[in-house]
Ligand binder design. Structure first.
Ligand SMILES: NC(=O)c1ccc[n+]([C@@H]2O[C@H](COP(=O)([O-])OP(=O)(O)OC[C@H]3O[C@@H](n4cnc5c(N)ncnc54)[C@H](OP(=O)(O)O)[C@@H]3O)[C@@H](O)[C@H]2O)c1
Length: 256
């Protein structure tokens, strides 16, 4: 049994950024959070902030053995999960169009296959949830529109979006509740080295609060900030114009 009366969540990607803020906010609301990521030290620091409500279970979602170890540790902490939150992510850019397959594999391995691996591990525990089990997956607003240098990251998140929506179809007769979160720019280690304008950038705590509200309300989707979402939707509606007039101004590739 989990040690608290609140809900029990496994949060993957809890060592920094949006995931770390989400873990803190969930714990502050009285829930029990099993916090995972590779950086054991950052997770341990996080767990110290609310020791009875956050437990660190380090793992690497690209490594099946590491996940198997994590599964054993999770089973020591709880015999059920009320929800799994997948917030882990990595980003690499396609700078020269040299199609480095390793880069594509690295990003897909975390952003897409990571979710699949973690779901396989969590499913038996989610099936024993106290109420309706929940899945929260963090994707990105960037999938709304083709963006420069975004072949790698954008493709991984687009694959993730499709996976989640197909999963929604195939679980529509079950109790599983799925929330797909699509943030815009958030000031985290993931975006710290971006050398381009990031309009309407948010702090991780504010982004986590938006995600958490939707998750607790069991909403199917949450997109934010609305201003960026609206701009991207509008541009996507006029995609031929975007490709013809805007793309040549924003790409850095001058020759193929
Ligand atoms: N920041 C943005 O502007 C933005 C916008 C849209 C969507 N997102 C998405 O939001 C999510 C959170 O990103 P963030 O911005 O908060 O970035 P972040 O601070 O870099 O967080 C990424 C998290 O993923 C974990 N992670 C990375 N590789 C992992 C692996 N192999 N195994 C286990 N955990 C791993 C990291 O921990 P370790 O390094 O310790 O493993 C960290 O906890 C990501 O899915 C990202 O794509 C971010």
């Amino acid at each position: 049994m989990s040690p608290l009366s609140g809900k029990t969540y496994w949060l993957v990607g809890a060592s920094s950024g949006i995931g770390e803020a989400l873990a803190s906010q969930l714990a502050a609301q009285g829930h029990f959070v099993i916090a995972s990521a590779r950086s054991g030290e950052s997770l341990a620091q996080l767990a110290l902030t609310q020791p009875s409500r956050i437990k660190a279970v380090p793992c690497d979602v690209t490594q099946p053995e590491s996940l198997a170890q994590a599964a054993l540790r999770i089973q020591e902490l709880t015999d059920f999960l009320d929800g799994m939150i997948f917030c882990a992510g990595t980003c690499e850019y396609e700078d020269r169009l040299d199609f480095d397959v390793d880069a594509y594999q690295r990003v897909m391995n975390v952003n897409f296959f990571g979710v699949v691996r973690c779901l396989a591990l969590a499913k038996p525990l989610l099936q024993k949830a106290q109420d309706s089990p929940q899945l929260l997956v963090v994707s990105s607003l960037s999938t709304l529109l083709p963006l420069p240098r975004n072949e790698i990251y954008g493709a991984s998140k687009a694959a993730l979006d499709y996976f989640v929506e197909a999963l929604r179809v195939d679980t529509s007769l079950t109790r599983l509740q799925i929330t797909l979160a699509k943030p815009g720019f958030v000031a985290t280690p993931l975006t710290a080295h971006n050398d381009f304008a990031m309009p309407f950038i948010m702090q991780p705590e504010a982004a986590a609060a938006r995600v958490l509200k939707a998750f607790i309300a069991k909403r199917a989707r949450v997109v934010f900030p609305r201003r960026l979402w609206l701009l991207l939707q509008l541009a996507s509606f006029f995609k031929p114009l975007w490709l013809r007039y805007v793309a040549p101004r924003i790409t850095r590739i001058k020759k193929w």
